[in-house]
Design a protein around this ligand. Structure first.
Ligand code: NAP
Length: 289
């Protein structure tokens, strides 16, 4: 890190727990490569403390912060303005302090699409997508894919209620994208959905460290030969899902690129500089994979 002086600006991530966050290592590496006079630190902030912490951001003129689990939804109501991406995602992961006015952004969906371009050479336009899971990450990714021209999105989920509401939300925001739901228990229907998908995305924590041998039990052989499989998980770097997909000859990507790109987009929003995503991704894989 460059010498810290009175001109050094603070950036931070708030969350609870925060001990395992890769963001400080990833952001400080990018800041150092850019030669910027910033330092990025992690703070444990609970949901009930978030309003106070953001008041501190305003009063101390901190240029920006990331917010992570469990603060992403709560932050929506505490900022002064939401970007379209944050409003689409129903969650904020990046806050920019514009002279005391806090603007909430969400760079997760854009981060996923950028990573998809890098890792799989895929463009969302015309894609038929099947997303497993219907939580926060699925929402951000789905609306972004729909906004960028995905042909259709099927949500495969264990609970129909959340999947239905996500399916109608995406349809409401992007009427040109067809949406539907399929139960993870209805194997026959799931196999039919897989057979007409170009991209399968795991947006559940199934297979994440430490339960690395957990599997969704999806029969990947029903996917067309040209299909790709993405997992939002980056630890381990190769989940059971990605291992099975690769062994069947499908192109795969993990969540490291998404994490690096969402961080790079946040750093650009705060500083205007273009970070080296490769440096950020290598930190994620080194520390988290
Ligand atoms: P979340 O809001 O808690 O949603 C999790 C979703 O997974 C829910 O729809 C849940 O189903 C489903 N699920 C959980 N366990 C399941 C199981 N055993 N079988 C089937 N479905 C199951 O979590 P999130 O924030 O969306 O995160 C999801 C994943 O994305 C996590 O692994 C997270 O690490 C990853 N992620 C990665 C990045 C990145 O930058 N790479 C960013 C954000 C998130 P119900 O609706 O039935 O509860």
């Amino acid at each position: 890190l460059p010498a810290i002086g009175t001109a050094t600006r603070l950036l931070a991530v708030f969350g609870d727990p925060i001990e395992h966050s890769l963001s400080p290592a990833m952001q400080n590496a990018a800041i150092s490569a850019l030669g910027l006079d910033y330092v990025y630190l992690a703070f444990r902030v609970t949901e009930s403390e978030l309003a106070q912490a953001l008041a501190g951001v305003r009063s101390m003129g901190i240029p920006g912060v990331n917010v992570t689990i469990p603060l992403k939804q709560a932050a929506c109501a505490l900022v002064d303005e939401l970007s379209d991406d944050a409003s689409d995602a129903g969650a904020v992961n990046t806050i920019v302090n514009c002279d005391g006015r806090l603007v909430g952004h969400n760079t997760d969906g854009q981060g996923f699409v950028a990573s998809m371009g890098d890792d799989l050479g895929l463009d969302p336009r015309g894609l038929r997508v099947c997303i497993v899971g219907s939580g926060g990450a699925a929402r951000g990714v789905a609306v972004r894919l729909a906004r960028q021209g995905a042909h259709s999105i099927a949500f495969a989920a264990r609970s129909a209620d959340r999947a239905w509401s996500l399916s109608s939300l995406v349809k409401g925001r992007c009427p040109s994208c067809a949406t539907g739901i399929v139960s993870l228990c209805d194997r026959e229907q799931l196999d039919r959905v897989l057979a007409s998908s170009d991209l399968l995305i795991n947006a559940t924590p199934v297979g994440m460290y430490p339960r690395v041998e957990d599997s969704l039990g999806i029969n990947l052989a029903y996917l067309p030969k040209h299909a790709c499989v993405a997992d939002l998980i980056y630890n381990p770097a190769e989940t059971v899902l990605l291992r099975e997909a690769a062994s069947l000859g499908y192109r795969t990507m993990n969540g490291a690129g998404m994490l690096a790109h969402q961080g790079a987009l946040a750093l650009k929003l705060w500083t205007g500089a273009d970070p080296d995503v490769g440096i950020m991704r290598s930190i994620v894989l080194q520390l988290g994979g």
